[in-house]
Design a protein around this ligand. Structure first.
Ligand SMILES: Nc1ncnc2c1ncn2[C@@H]1O[C@H](COP(=O)(O)OP(=O)(O)OP(=O)(O)O)[C@@H](O)[C@H]1O
Ligand SMILES: [Mg+2]
Length: 515
């Protein structure tokens, strides 16, 4: 006797249709799973058997074979439990053969038959719709997440027995509550809280306007962390496709709250500096998205940058460049999106006071160099805005003057983004301009051209730094509502490359800053 149930698996953020084929045959009582199952799928046998017995359906007294097709895709996770149990009941004729027509089923079973939530329901439901299926049966915990996908019926179940009752028409599914948009969170933190720091505020605005990566460099207590945390308050709101993309990554990571299935705010991820390379970029034995993907369409904030492991930082180089992480594994290649803004903060030296106007630095030049060398040249190359943050002027902390609010700055950022969109029509901001677009949109006159050539030679800047300077200059002109790039734009953009100067220029900077 044979039965077939449609289920699905997620590789990276892509969902695939998996057919769960159940065959009951003559022979010894053996329950086997084939079709490249990983260990969690092999363990499903124990859960499925116990759940069926404990719900009173019994377990077939014959040879049970479950094949997960297609066999070339490695099957991970616990979502095949429910389709396997339903497939066995169908093969035993305890469920009508047409009960699961046009239906995709996923869910983990507890030993007593309860259905537990699984990861990746959102991409699975979207894939079910693309495949032309009419219905998904999912754990009730994930039902709201599946219901984000319009035009597909969502049945959420809490128990195997409840699922069987629904499929045999003896019970009606509990309707999934309509998804309600959460009220916008505003006002909790605001740029108005930051006193002084005009240069750093300007850099934050440029970063938000052009999607540029940013590094703050300054003494303890200057407000670096405070500024970085306010970046999400001045970036444009997520578009609907961005919300879906970000929600899918959260779904695959199992981080989507049951009552908030569609991410509303741009993510702001701030991993601790002890994070591993796998934690930062993803992968590992369980194939999870890393912090760079959880920050997709948002901000990744690395506070105390030199304290991060070098191998972890280096693993970010490819995602920073390509906007996606590609993880090659023995049986499959996984891809996670990772288009994020990198914001980092660090002190100028181990003691933190190099270049401080009032306190003297206790570090040896060699220590300073070693500290800075923890961040490799190629990584610095990818950070468009490297900005010194001076200590706060004590008078400005108690001054009466009201600082500019996030809403005002956001207005200018939105205007600059609108100019970029009108120009390219691609949805990509200046930081992600392609080489051909760079040549078309960042044309320099003779004076600005000569200035940039001179700066490149004197500061030993790389070809990548050259392109990034042009992109920042483009953003500066867009913020000013100007079409042409001026020498002043290029000069300001060069100013924002404080750290990644060639070895000789870098040594000169450190030597100059020494008291
Ligand atoms: N410019 C500022 N305006 C108002 N308050 C500030 C400013 N800078 C610092 N503060 C106050 O000091 C606290 C510490 O600032 P913050 O954590 O941003 O410093 P930091 O530069 O990140 O220091 P560290 O290098 O030690 O991490 C803030 O929570 C805030 O109360
Ligand atoms: Mg800090």
């Amino acid at each position: 006797m044979h039965a077939n149930v449609t289920s699905g698996a997620v590789l990276g953020v892509e969902a695939y249709r998996i057919e769960v084929e159940v065959d009951l045959g003559q022979g010894m009582m053996v329950f086997s799973t084939v079709g490249l199952p990983a260990s969690a799928v092999c363990e499903a046998r124990t859960r499925v058997k116990s759940a069926l017995v404990n719900c009173g359906y019994g377990f077939p007294q014959c040879r049970v074979t479950v094949n997960l097709a297609p066999a070339h895709i490695r099957k991970e996770g616990t979502g095949f439990d429910l389709p396997m149990a339903l497939g066995i009941l169908m093969a035993e004729r305890k469920l009508p053969s047409e009960a699961l027509a046009d239906t995709l089923v996923v869910g983990e079973l507890a030993l007593d038959g309860r259905v537990r939530g699984v990861r990746g329901i959102l991409p699975l439901a979207a894939q079910a719709l693309r495949l032309g299926l009419k219905r998904v049966i999912v754990p009730r915990h994930n039902a709201a997440e599946a219901a984000v996908v319009d035009d597909i019926e969502v049945v959420g179940v809490d128990h195997l027995a409840e699922c069987v009752e629904i499929l045999t028409g003896r019970a009606q599914p509990i309707p999934v509550p309509a998804f309600e948009e959460p009220p916008p969170e505003e006002g909790a933190i605001d740029l108005r809280d930051v006193r002084g720091q005009a240069v750093a505020r300007r850099a934050l605005e440029i970063a938000a306007a052009g999607g540029h990566n940013l590094l703050f460099l300054g003494p303890p207590g200057a407000g670096k962390t405070m500024l970085a945390r306010r970046l999400p308050t001045i970036v444009p709101p997520l578009t609907f496709p961005e919300r879906l993309e970000t929600s899918i990554v959260a779904s695959v990571a199992g981080l989507l709250p049951a009552d908030r299935p569609l991410v509303a705010q741009r993510p702001f991820r701030a991993p601790h500096h002890t994070v591993s390379g796998v934690g930062l970029t993803g992968g590992g034995s369980l194939a999870r998205p890393g912090e760079v993907s959880l920050a997709h369409n948002g901000v990744l904030f690395l506070d105390e940058l030199p304290e991060f492991r070098r191998e972890a930082l280096e693993s970010m180089r490819q995602p920073l460049e390509d906007g996606e992480v590609v993880i090659a594994r023995a049986q499959a290649t996984l891809t996670y999106p990772s288009r994020f803004m990198l914001v980092a903060a660090m002190n100028p030296c181990p003691c933190g006071y190099l270049g401080h106007p009032r306190r003297s630095c206790e570090c040896h030049p060699g220590q300073v160099q070693a500290y800075r060398n923890r961040i490799s040249g190629p990584l610095l190359d990818r950070i468009d805005l490297q900005v010194p943050v001076d200590p706060v002027d004590p008078r400005s902390l108690r001054a009466e003057a009201v600082e500019e609010s996030s809403a005002t700055v956001r207005g200018r950022v939105l205007a600059a983004r609108a100019i970029q969109e009108a120009r390219s029509g691609t949805g990509r901001c200046n930081a992600h301009l392609r080489p051909a677009e760079l040549r078309r949109y960042c044309v320099l006159d003779a004076r600005a051209d000569a200035f940039l050539t001179r700066a490149m030679e004197r500061l030993d800047l790389s070809a990548r730094a050259h392109d990034r300077i042009l992109k920042v200059a483009r953003t500066l002109a867009d913020l000013a509502g100007r079409e042409s790039l001026l020498t002043a734009d290029v000069a300001e953009a060069v100013q924002y490359r404080q750290l990644d100067r060639g070895a000789s220029a870098g040594a000169r900077v450190v030597a100059r800053a020494q008291p």
